[in-house]
Design a protein around this ligand. Structure first.
Ligand SMILES: Cc1cc2nc3c(=O)[nH]c(=O)nc-3n(C[C@H](O)[C@H](O)[C@H](O)COP(=O)(O)OP(=O)(O)OC[C@H]3O[C@@H](n4cnc5c(N)ncnc54)[C@H](O)[C@@H]3O)c2cc1C
Length: 414
């Protein structure tokens, strides 16, 4: 179905639902999010007003399955909508991703993970409560897993622990870079179950929602970063935080299985940065044509060097869109090695490419474009953050791709 604008993922044959959701995201982004973006960035404050709009538009429930009252959007549709939001406010798109993952992982993704009948029944009952909070109460979920150790890279058990007690769990630990800190109604904490008979093991990872007002949970630390300032990603301290059994977002052992079998669950950070890249490109075209609202109508488009720079940016953007489009449609449980490599390559291409496009944009638009009253310098700073995000930082992707290309599973050198 055609749209009357070109979305960040590029023009394509969208389904009716995708066209409707993209149109909604584009309208909210253009009319509401873009005009507010400089404020969150300047203040390093959370975009509450944008979340009111997302809630009112029903977009907080985008990935809640239909039978629980949500939109039931699939993986590809979320990625398209996320990119469209990122085009207008990077911090809103990135935090929206954390919220959406809490519903996608427990929804569509969990449906494709093998569970025992007992686990499935437990999951069905608990997710009903969690989806109802989103659908009926407009609750926001955050997703803090980083701890400043090898855990967020998927190479060690989480240091945050959960001890089983009568009726629930007691959590202790510390999470860094918790986007939506102080703003979320629930924090989906990844932690390791304390087991008396063995030392901490990644197989014992638990995924548990901690209410924002739980006793023993505090938000600490400064937040004055280079980019993505509106994410307000401060530190969470958990000191003997009790949560009831019903707060478990996945049955024991299921998160570990999901992380092993559904690698695309970590690709969801990419859409935000495809949107940021599109925004840098959009601005550059407008600026060189002398069409930026509020700016003198000075044209710079007649210089061949500008034309070449825009062509370079467009080529890079098209490369990003193409690989992005392909991987969001082939995302599934247990992908082939070829598809997994493509997924890594797509993530790397988007994360590094976004910063490259923003860099080219500043270089070709020139000095005035880096002044704070225009959005480009913010896009440049925001675009730098994607490649730093675990578990798939640009470095770790190179690591994985190199190793997995040269070594088949189980192979070792003498
Ligand atoms: C804007 C923003 C928002 C964020 N929001 C969230 C959030 O909501 N939830 C959340 O959980 N996290 C979030 N993060 C955190 C992010 O995912 C990373 O955990 C964080 O950036 C890691 O920072 P670090 O300096 O501790 O990294 P380190 O762990 O010190 O790693 C530094 C670099 O070394 C490399 N490296 C790390 N481990 C290995 C290894 N085992 N082998 C080889 N190389 C390695 C990586 O390339 C990494 O970039 C956010 C980060 C940013 C920038």
């Amino acid at each position: 179905m055609p749209l009357d604008f070109i979305p960040a993922v590029g023009s394509a044959d969208f389904t009716e639902t995708q066209a409707r959701l993209l149109t909604l995201a584009n309208r909210l982004g253009r009319e509401r999010f873009a005009p507010r973006a400089a404020q969150w960035d300047r203040e390093a404050s959370f975009p509450f007003a944008n979340y009111d709009d997302l809630r009112e538009a029903g977009l907080l429930a985008l990935c809640v399955p239909r039978e629980f009252g949500g939109e039931g959007a699939d993986f590809a549709t979320y990625c398209m909508v996320g990119a469209e939001i990122g085009r207008f406010c990077g911090a809103t798109a990135l935090t929206y991703n954390m919220h959406i993952c809490s519903t996608m992982w427990t929804g569509m993704l969990a449906d494709g993970i093998a569970m025992t009948p007992g686990q499935r029944a437990e999951h069905e009952a608990r997710r009903e409560l969690h989806f109802a909070r989103v659908v009926s109460d407009g609750a926001i979920y955050a997703q803090p897993f980083s701890e400043g150790s090898a855990a967020a890279a998927g190479r060690a058990p989480f240091g945050t622990s959960a001890r089983k007690v009568e009726g629930g769990w007691v959590l202790n630990g510390r999470k860094i870079f918790a986007s939506l800190s102080g703003a979320a109604d629930y924090y989906g904490i990844l932690c390791t179950e304390e087991c008396a008979d063995h030392s901490p093991d990644m197989r014992d990872t638990l995924y548990i929602a901690v209410p924002g007002n739980a006793e023993g949970l505090t938000v600490t630390g400064e937040w004055d970063p280079m980019g993505m300032r509106g994410t307000v990603s401060r530190t969470l301290l958990l000191k003997d935080v009790f949560v009831a059994d019903q707060e478990q977002l996945m049955p024991r052992g299921v998160y570990y299985k999901a992380a092993q079998t559904w690698p695309a669950m970590f690709f969801t950070l990419s859409p935000t940065y495809l949107g940021v890249a599109q925004a840098a490109y959009d601005f550059t075209v407008q600026y060189l044509r002398g069409e930026v609202p509020g700016q003198p109508p000075v044209k710079r488009r007649m210089y061949p060097t500008k034309q070449i720079a825009v062509a370079q940016m467009r080529i890079q953007l098209e490369n990003m869109r193409s690989i992005f489009w392909r991987v969001i449609h082939e995302a599934c449980a247990s992908p082939s090695k070829d598809a997994r490599m493509r997924l890594y390559a797509a993530h790397y291409t988007v994360m590094e490419g976004a910063n490259d496009i923003a860099r080219l944009a500043i270089r070709t638009c020139g000095g005035q474009s880096m002044l704070k009253d225009l959005p480009l310098e913010r896009l440049y700073r925001d675009s730098r953050c994607g490649a730093l995000m675990l578990p798939w930082t640009a470095e770790l992707i190179m690591d994985r791709m190199g190793r997995e290309t040269l070594y088949e599973a189980g192979e070792r050198d003498e």
